[in-house]
Design a protein around this ligand. Structure first.
Ligand SMILES: Cc1ncc(COP(=O)(O)O)c(C=O)c1O
Length: 323
């Protein structure tokens, strides 16, 4: 009983989000409590939505939205894959995001743009149902826990395969696709792990439920080719950091046993940032703590997001929030 209570307490601490005052909803700022949708919204019934996950960071002087343009590029690509005609232009949504942070006085936060098919036709075909667009921004701590970031997480190969690319399209963040991740994550948590790692249809390691995956062996990094995964924006940062630091990184399929015998394993994602993996299926990875290469990439990524490392200025959109 005590253990359950402790876990619940940590759930609140680690995964709790702090609501903010306003949500941008179809072009207007509305109060958080008033940002509601009709129960017959098509998206609610059939998963017809697309979304993004973006983070804003802050140093002592300045706040930045990290890779704003790339996230909205992917949002519009998701819309294309899902055959959504978005009722706003990309620059309008980018501006709305900046304005939302100012309006909510958020120096750092997680940002969730979502477009979903509204009520109207109840059949599978959404016909001409309205497409609604919202942008929410709120404080949200480390996705896999502060301990996860500093000490590494315990992961499990999921009994759920990563969705087949011919049934669900992995290049887009379509809401309905995420039931695959939800099932895998729930299973992992129920069994006492922090995260699930999914294999693709052919049994190769694909990715986490919301993160791309990397293994390090003999100083070289391997990561899954993009065919079965979401093309992570953090993944692109990892490639750039490796280039800067002369670390060899290649896209190559690998199996679960190669994962077990790796020197280091880590995950990347906007929510999870760079999270080390210290154990997979009860096999200790390397020395059971974050490895040298993982720590270097983690530090570099953190410095870039916060503007401590000046190099990637074009990845940061400055937002003027009164201090
Ligand atoms: C399935 C999946 N893979 C990987 C990622 C990492 O992508 P990014 O680094 O762009 O956040 C995400 C997060 O959006 C995801 O949902």
């Amino acid at each position: 009983m005590t253990i359950i209570l402790i876990v619940r307490k940590y759930d609140v601490l680690f995964f709790g989000m702090k609501k903010s005052k306003y949500i941008w909803y179809n072009g207007k700022f509305v109060l958080w409590e008033k940002a509601t949708a009709h129960v017959l919204s098509h998206g609610l019934h059939y998963g017809t939505g697309i979304f993004e996950g973006i983070r804003a960071y802050s140093n002592k002087k300045q706040s930045y939205i990290f890779r704003l343009k790339e996230h909205y590029d992917r949002f519009y690509n998701s819309a294309k894959v899902a055959s959504f005609k978005l009722p706003f232009k990309q620059n309008e949504l980018e501006k709305a995001t900046i304005d939302l942070l100012k309006k909510n006085k958020l120096k750092y936060c997680y940002i969730r743009p979502l477009a979903f098919v509204g009520e109207g036709s109840m059949g599978i075909n959404p016909k001409s149902n309205k497409i609604n667009v919202i942008i929410a921004a709120f404080k949200w701590g480390t996705y896999l826990g502060d301990d996860g970031i500093s000490k590494g997480i315990r992961a499990k190969i999921s009994s759920f395969s990563r969705m087949s690319v011919n049934s669900f399209m992995t290049k887009s963040k379509i809401s309905g696709n995420y039931i695959n991740s939800v099932f895998a994550k729930q299973e992992a948590i129920r069994l006492g792990y922090d995260e699930a790692l999914m294999l693709d249809d052919n049994g190769y390691v694909s990715e986490g439920t919301g993160e791309n995956i990397y293994i390090v062996r003999n100083g070289e990094i391997k990561t899954t080719p993009t065919s079965t995964i979401l093309e992570g924006i953090t993944r692109d940062c990892v490639f750039n950091i490796c280039k800067d630091r002369n670390i060899s990184i290649k896209e190559q399929k690998f199996t679960r046993d190669e994962l077990y015998i790796s020197d280091e394993v880590f995950l990347s994602g906007t929510a999870a940032e760079i999270t080390p993996v210290r154990e997979v299926d009860h096999r200790i990875i390397g020395k059971g703590k974050p490895g040298k290469i993982t720590k270097l990439i983690q530090k570099e990524y953190s410095d870039i997001t916060k503007g401590i490392n000046d190099k990637y200025q074009h990845w940061r959109t400055t937002v003027q929030i009164p201090r």
